[in-house]
Design a protein around this ligand. Structure first.
Ligand SMILES: [Mg+2]
Length: 117
């Protein structure tokens, strides 16, 4: 199975692709939740390192390193989802977005509120 593009590739496509990758290498023995959570954070730190000592509005001219670290973070997150055998992560994300929407109602938290008129 080949991953296609953002419009047609599903979360399950990523999960299956990564499960195969891990299974083929017999790496499940190394994929405890703790190890994967640590690895995810190390990759997030590698992403942060790109911005270290740069101005606040810094965006690298070449996005390759940035997008590669973003992919590493996503890959470890999906590996964690797989290792915990989470059934429907999409629904979990949906519920979290809904929870955030309730926690931060637009009327109260829109940044537009703080702009000068
Ligand atoms: Mg990396």
């Amino acid at each position: 199975m080949e991953l296609q593009n953002d419009s047609i590739t599903t979360m399950m496509d990523f999960r299956k692709k990564l499960k195969n990758f891990v299974d083929e290498r017999d790496w499940n023995q190394y994929h405890s939740a703790k190890a994967l959570a640590i690895a995810l954070n190390i990759e997030a730190a590698e992403l942060l390192e790109i911005f270290l000592f740069q101005p606040d509005n810094f965006i690298p001219e070449n996005l390759d390193s940035l997008t590669e670290e973003m992919a590493d973070v996503f890959i470890y997150l999906m590996n964690l989802v797989n290792s915990l055998k989470i059934d429907n992560f999409t629904q979990i994300i949906k519920k979290k977005i809904e929870k955030n929407a309730k926690k931060y109602p637009i009327k109260e938290f829109s940044a537009k509120k703080y702009k000068k008129q």
